[in-house]
Design a protein around this ligand. Structure first.
Ligand SMILES: Cc1ncc(COP(=O)(O)O)c(C=O)c1O
Length: 411
């Protein structure tokens, strides 16, 4: 774009992430506010018709209409991009609409996608069912078996899609290895970084082309809004996503962008604190006779522990899943009954499928976040009826241990 640009906030070069998390954005308005302004306006007044024409024709950068440009949204995008180490970011109305925008921007009928079979349930549905309606085929592969990813690639493969760690099994993929497979195939790699956030993991540093976020989770951090984003190079954002956003309008509201923008300021300390509590909870769960198995990348028993520690700043994240012991003879029904009993016995944890909140949340993935999958898809993904997912918040971990222990007595 040759004409005027939207200015950057005046900061010295080379600032570190903690500083960028509280300062990156736009210059303050004429009033000099220290806390970023919330621009609740659907449109922007243009100085004259000729300038409006130049701006609508993309000859000049300016705020026009909040379906595709809004200062509060731009501040959030710039701050998240700075944290992810990407050139640009485009905010969306939800995490799922970020993946929808990714697909609409990159794929066309006849294209092929390779996707981890362990990704969030709605992501499986979006690739496996919705995109299939438009002639995009998806092959689902094991999250952790790099050979399966390589073998699944075809001449028409355009995109590899992973999430690391996965929801709820906390499986970790080797982002660098997947980036190499994508590169060799002339395809792109997208990584959903919802569980780690840039505070722990920056997929672009490992070669990913796109980072997907559900801003609903840790970026907001207090369970207030639904939001999403894609981080990528400026060229890919401008060429692939901005035109789709302008036509299709999966836009983030300025209010929700403001909440996420302010959430980003405390992201790093929240992630550190919640991850430390989650590690303690996971270690305790491992010692409980009522627990059959614990899934947490920070535990030495996790199959990809070493990879996770290298990729995730030595942190396991804050989501711990586990399988409650139940009489084997009772099969899946008994396992589900025991899991429901543990969940219903809690009095502190919030029974909700959301995660990334300061309030610790507890859910039964097989009947909530992954309830729309077929039993076959759930089994392939390893999500059994006895599994419970706890997303550790900022509650005192001793209170959460006591809360779970209430339901650990056999039925
Ligand atoms: C890993 C992951 N990606 C994407 C999403 C979708 O995000 P949203 O609910 O903001 O659409 C979720 C939601 O739980 C998720 O856990």
């Amino acid at each position: 774009m040759a004409g005027a640009k939207i200015p950057r906030v005046d900061l010295p070069e080379g600032l570190r992430l903690d500083t960028l998390a509280v300062r990156e954005g736009l210059p303050a308005s004429a009033w000099g506010e220290n806390s970023e302004a919330l621009f609740l306006t659907s449109s922007f007044v243009q100085p004259d018709a000729a300038t409006a024409a130049a701006r609508f024709a993309n000859e000049e950068e300016a705020f026009i209409y909040s379906r595709f440009t809004n200062p509060t949204v731009t501040m959030m995008e710039r701050r998240l991009a700075a944290l992810e180490g990407s050139e640009a970011c485009i905010a969306t109305s939800s995490g799922m609409s970020a993946i929808l925008l990714l697909g609409m921007g990159l794929l066309k009928a006849g294209d092929h996608v390779v996707c981890s079979q362990s990704v969030f349930g709605s992501t499986v549905m979006l690739f496996g069912r919705e995109f299939a309606k438009f002639g995009v085929e998806t092959t689902f592969v094991s999250q952790t078996d790099v050979g399966q990813w390589r073998a699944a690639v075809k001449a028409n493969t355009r995109l590899l899609f992973a999430e690391s760690p996965t929801n709820p099994l906390t499986e970790v993929c080797d982002i660098r290895a997947l980036a190499e497979i994508a590169r060799a195939a002339g395809a792109w790699l997208a990584v959903d970084n919802c569980f780690c956030t840039p505070a722990l993991q920056r997929p672009i540093e490992y070669g990913a082309d796109f980072v997907i976020h559900s801003g609903t989770k840790y970026l907001d951090g207090q369970g207030r809004v639904i939001a999403g984003a894609i981080c990528a190079s400026e060229q890919l954002v401008n060429e692939k996503f901005v035109p789709v956003m302008r036509s299709a309008g999966m836009s983030l509201s300025p209010f929700n962008a403001w909440v996420v923008l302010k959430g980003l300021e405390t992201l790093s300390i929240r992630m550190q604190a919640q991850s430390a509590r989650a590690l303690e909870l996971a270690r305790w769960l491992e010692s409980q006779p009522a627990v059959e198995r614990v899934y947490f990348p920070g535990l030495a028993s996790h199959p990809q522990h070493a990879l996770a520690m290298a990729q995730q700043s030595n942190c396991g994240g804050a989501v711990v899943s586990f399988i409650v012991a139940a009489p084997a003879a009772g099969g899946p029904a008994a396992a589900r009954k025991q899991a429901f009993h543990v969940i219903d016995s809690t009095r502190v944890c919030s029974i909700t499928a959301n995660l990334g909140d300061t309030k610790t949340t507890i859910t039964h993935p097989a009947s909530t976040s992954h309830g729309r999958l077929s039993e076959e898809q759930r089994i392939a993904a390893g999500i059994t009826q006895g599994m419970i997912r706890v997303a550790m918040g900022l509650d005192d971990v001793e209170d959460i241990k006591a809360d779970l222990a209430r339901g650990f007595a056999p039925l």
